[in-house]
Ligand binder design. Structure first.
Ligand code: ZN
Length: 247
């Protein structure tokens, strides 16, 4: 039986049982498995790993494990300073477009409120999420770490926090998005783009008081929902500002 030793850095430890966090993990194997297999067998979803160093040298997912290898795996937040550093995957072609798993509906609405391109549907199954992620080059956000073990998923992140506001902060921080926030850019309900419209065009959709007090209106180009900067908007913005102040 062959043996290799694995060190998981920073938040990759979140996937290890408490007694193994921060400890070297010994992995026994036969033959020469691809490096992705032991990492996944130990419980780390491959999209969470940003760099792998074996015996002091950066390797890709095509590396095959040898007896006696010393392996270190790093997340994005803790990229190792080693040259040449081999990237495990290409960067997403588009900056931060997300596909959000069914268990994160409240996070999806918050991301849309921030103007971030976020697909979500409460009846997607794992395959739908994985397919959309690949086809539309979207980053999978999930609370279900098993989902990230699917081979087809290239870009993905396991959301640690359980409360939706903390989840939003976590994702904004993880993908460095605080300067890309554009409120009133995307529809909270459907992710469609929101555009300014003339009051006359939406007059019939408005309640009498809204019609009386507001002049500036926006409409979702996909589902036609009408938005205006009323007290609800002010409330959402101040909530967001408060949250972002704490990032
Ligand atoms: Zn819409």
């Amino acid at each position: 039986m062959n043996k290799a030793e694995f060190d998981f850095h920073a938040e990759l430890n979140d996937f290890l049982p408490s007694e193994k966090k921060g400890q070297a993990v010994t992995y026994l194997f036969q033959g020469r498995p691809g490096i992705k297999d032991p990492i996944e067998a130990i419980g780390i979803p491959h999209p969470e790993v940003a760099a792998i160093v074996v015996n002091g040298r950066s390797v890709g997912f095509d590396y095959q494990l040898n007896n006696g290898d010393q392996v270190s795996a790093y997340p994005t937040s803790d990229i190792v300073d080693i040259a040449p550093l081999i990237a495990l995957r290409e960067k997403p072609r588009r900056h931060a477009a997300f596909i959000v798993d069914v268990n994160l509906g409240k996070l999806a609405r918050r991301l849309r409120l921030c103007g971030l391109d976020t697909k979500y549907c409460n009846n997607y199954d794992d395959r739908d999420v994985a397919d959309l992620s690949v086809r539309e080059n979207r980053i999978v956000l999930t609370r279900d770490r098993r989902l990230l073990h699917l081979k087809t998923i290239i870009h993905g992140y396991w959301v640690r926090a359980s409360d939706p506001d903390s989840q939003l902060k976590e994702v904004l921080r993880r993908f460095d998005l605080t300067r890309r926030i554009l409120p009133f850019h995307r529809c909270i309900e459907c992710n469609g783009l929101i555009r300014a419209v003339n009051k006359a065009d939406v007059r019939r959709q408005l309640e009498p008081l809204t019609r009386q007090y507001y002049e500036e209106f926006f409409r979702c180009s996909a589902c036609n929902k009408v938005y205006w900067k009323g007290s609800h908007y002010e409330h959402m913005l101040s909530h967001l500002t408060h949250l972002l102040g704490k990032i």
